[in-house]
Design a protein around this ligand. Structure first.
Ligand code: AMP
Ligand code: MG
Length: 440
């Protein structure tokens, strides 16, 4: 298959891995299952944050800073006018009223980007525009609205206080002030502030490049015709590519790969050059055609586990190729794949990005109705969170436990997390949920 313009590499070019070992995997329970948290922490312990690089400030939107930023200049950088008006000595206009305005000669004008040619003597006024430096000698600004706007002599109808309508040097940001810390995520306002202090580049962690691959001989690309009743459209690679993008990754979605060991070897080997993380779905269960599980140990260090969660029990992880590129192999059922993404892949992407916390923080929510769960498995059920009549969050389950129920998944806005030991939840009990709408 064509892969970003490169010709299919001959067999000897396929990377075969022959280095050491993955760290000792976490212990399993008496049922042979690994806990979801253990599996996540194990993956994260094998994945490093991406190295920092210098980036233009606009391109660093949503990225994590890798340096502290100290203001090299003050903001404002000089005393300047907050209004269009007249720079004055406040005592000169202290007695001004509508009935008895004060008249001052206008001795000059200063616009933004200029500076006054001379010092303002007492008993005079200088026209000044918003943002223009306050002339030496002046201490306040009378806005146009309080004057007759006279060009050579101005009538002032109201007093101003000392310093009024003047923006003082450093009143916003002091030179030397710590503005951002390493680890902060840059949003639009942070980028504005960086520009305001004259900084055009920052050291950030890049967006991880995530390659998303669906495996399965039954899969057909959306937009094409289904040719037989056994075929289905590939939904996983689109869903996961979108999820990875919304978690902050730069995503490369690869065309479908059939359950052919040779093709899987080839595609993974080809993709390693541009991946910080490879994500596959399908082929990691116990079936005869679960070829991802069969092939990947040839290409790197792998770990296949049964995780005490529902859905999403079969999970695969690897460090693949010479660079030990992390690879997460998710089960093929769409709901299992999505839930596994939330449990393992989102934290992995966030670690690569240096974005903490790595995992979603659960929120507490009132169960709208009784719920049941399987003891020994952490349940990640699909739910709809809404506000009840008192404004408190409540959650109801949507659809059944089936991990093929993509329609229900798309209607859900939350995953309800019922712990391994939970058997049932009564209506009104509090449960933990991950709110899916709130990205990053
Ligand atoms: P597997 O994990 O490969 O055994 O797949 C489990 C189930 O998920 C099967 O019913 C597959 O047809 C389905 N499945 C696997 N991959 C995809 C995909 N990319 N999109 C939609 N369904 C899939
Ligand atoms: Mg399959």
């Amino acid at each position: 298959m064509p892969l970003f313009g490169r010709k299919k590499a001959p067999e000897p070019d396929i990377l075969h891995f022959d280095a050491h070992e993955l760290p000792e995997p976490p212990a399993v329970g008496p049922d042979g299952l690994r806990s979801m948290e253990d599996h996540r922490d194990y993956l994260l312990s094998c994945i490093d944050e991406l190295p920092p690089f210098g980036q233009q400030i606009l391109d660093s939107l949503d990225l994590s800073l890798c340096e502290d930023i100290v203001a090299g200049i003050s903001l404002p950088g000089f005393d300047n006018s907050a209004m269009d008006g007249y720079a004055v000595h406040w005592q000169d206009v202290a007695e001004a009223t509508d009935d008895e305005p004060v008249s001052l000669p206008v001795v000059g004008e200063v616009a933004a980007g200029q500076s006054a040619t001379h010092r303002l003597s007492p008993g005079t006024a200088m026209k000044i525009m918003t943002g223009a430096p306050l002339p030496d000698g002046a201490d306040s600004v009378v806005p146009y609205e309080l004057t007759d706007r006279g060009p050579s002599d101005v009538l002032v109808f109201a007093p101003v206080n000392s310093g009024q309508h003047v923006r003082r040097r450093g009143e916003d940001v002091e030179e030397g002030e710590l503005l951002f810390r390493a680890g902060d995520r840059l949003g639009p306002r942070s980028i504005g502030l960086l520009a305001a202090i004259g900084q055009d580049k920052v050291l950030v962690r890049p967006r991880p490049r995530v390659v998303v691959i669906s495996t399965g001989s039954e899969l057909v690309e959306p937009g094409l015709q289904l040719n037989s009743s056994e075929q289905i459209y590939d939904s996983n690679s689109y869903m996961l590519a979108a999820a990875a993008r919304s978690a902050g990754a730069q995503v490369f979605r690869i065309g479908l790969v059939s359950d052919d060991p040779e093709q899987i070897r080839q595609v993974i080997s080809d993709q390693l050059v541009r991946a910080d993380l490879i994500l596959t779905t399908g082929g990691v269960s116990q079936g005869d055609y679960d070829v991802v599980k069969a092939v990947m140990p040839e290409l790197g260090l792998t770990d296949f586990a049964q995780v005490a969660m529902q859905p999403g029990k079969p999970q695969g992880f690897g460090l693949i190729g010479e660079d030990q590129t992390p690879m997460i192999m998710l089960p093929g059922n769409p709901v299992s794949a999505f839930v596994s993404f939330e449990a393992f892949v989102r934290p992995a992407i966030r670690k690569l990005r240096g974005a903490t916390p790595y995992s979603r923080t659960p929120v507490r929510c009132r169960a709208a109705h009784p719920m049941t769960s399987v003891v020994g498995r952490k349940q990640l059920a699909r739910g709809i969170v809404s506000l009840d009549e008192t404004g408190a969050r409540q959650v109801e389950l949507v659809g059944g436990h089936g991990s093929h129920l993509l329609g229900d998944l798309s209607r859900a806005n939350a995953l309800v997390i019922l712990d391994t030991e939970v058997e049932s939840v009564a209506a009104g009990d509090e449960v933990d949920v991950w709110l899916l709408g709130e990205e990053q």
